[in-house]
Ligand binder design. Sequence first.
Ligand SMILES: Cc1cc2nc3c(=O)[nH]c(=O)nc-3n(C[C@H](O)[C@H](O)[C@H](O)COP(=O)(O)O)c2cc1C
Ligand SMILES: [Fe+2]
Ligand SMILES: [Fe+2]
Length: 395
Amino acid sequence: MSAIKIAENVHWVGVKDPDLRLFDIVVETKHGTTYNAYLIKGKNSAALIDTVKAGFTDEYLANLREIMPIEEIEYLIVNHTESDHSGAIVPLLEINPKLKLVCSAPALPFVQNTVNNPEVDITGIKNDHEIDLGGKKLIFKMMPYMHWPDTMMEYLEEDKILFPCDGFAGHYSFESIWADECNHDIDWEVEYYYKSIMRTYAMYIRKNMPKLDDLDIKIIAPSHGPLFRKNPERHLNSYREWSADKTVGKNQVCLFYTTSYGNTKRLADSLSSHLTAAGYEVVMLDCANLDEDYAKDMIEQSKALLYGTPTFNGDAVKPVWDAIMLLQGLSIMGKKAAVFGSYGWGGEGIKLVAERLTGLRLKVFEENYRARLVPSGEEMTGLKVWSERIAEFIA
Ligand SMILES: Cc1cc2nc3c(=O)[nH]c(=O)nc-3n(C[C@H](O)[C@H](O)[C@H](O)COP(=O)(O)O)c2cc1C
Ligand SMILES: [Fe+2]
Ligand SMILES: [Fe+2]
């Protein structure tokens, strides 16, 4: 694949990886992916945006050489340091040791740890920093945690192109680089990418998105998959919508539980009716029978997450752990949580779940509620008192 012109003196110089079937260990890539990089030539200087994954270096260097000698490129812009885009930094520096690396201030130590060479010129920049290449001005936008702490984007003023790093990307490799030349549903791929990589940072994305509000964007040129030149605004709107705070206007609580003989379910049912009486909308979900997409939506909409587990063999049961694993891909920091369950002797599962939720940075109610085997009348009264405290805790 050769370099492709996307605007006057602006070229796609990336590579395609159509055979990749799994990205970052867990993300399915049925149609492969691309590692996009861009070369911008101004009247006075040239800047390269990103490199590619190691293993694709030769093809990438050949693409660059089609446009200009690598030794004459002044800047390498590192939008973020993940290895799928930073794999060819060192080979580039071997060819052009004078290359000036430009990254976000938080990326500085990451880039230093990638090049491991104190001689290299690396600058960490702040929001709204500008580089004028001569008739080609880049304006930088810091977008922390979209999806790494180091993430930044840039806008090429004259050509109205946004280079948004992994934002608005989709894993998809095909003959062209333009989304409008593809028969496949690329918007679905962009949504899948958001859900598998970005969703967990929704809180940061909604904070960062306003930095793009005043830009007149004609082309979105992300770091993976096709580029968008027809109605690119729709992808910005999708990100705004997907990352919005879904708890607003709701008073919802998600109650996860599972049960073998009905004991934990009795506690869950009672807790649910107490919280409903206190004015909460309770969504009860049996962990052993979860529709994961629905459960994720419910978690996002809920201000608190309650988990009921029996203890089996000194631990919580697998369906409950699997339900907790769903939290990994969601923006849950600061949500409230509480744990309860039925047990026979040690009741360790309840404590282990509370510890795990604390580790995931949920605000876990200090006291768990346990009832032994079949809950007694006294234990059910104790649960009512605990429910009232939970209702206050999550208010
Ligand atoms: C296979 C098995 C292993 C168990 N292991 C433990 C255990 O290690 N510690 C404990 O406190 N209770 C243990 N129990 C007791 C259960 O936690 C108890 O029966 C509980 O009431 C089950 O609640 P459920 O009806 O909601 O499933 C075990 C029960 C079973 C069936
Ligand atoms: Fe990334
Ligand atoms: Fe990436």
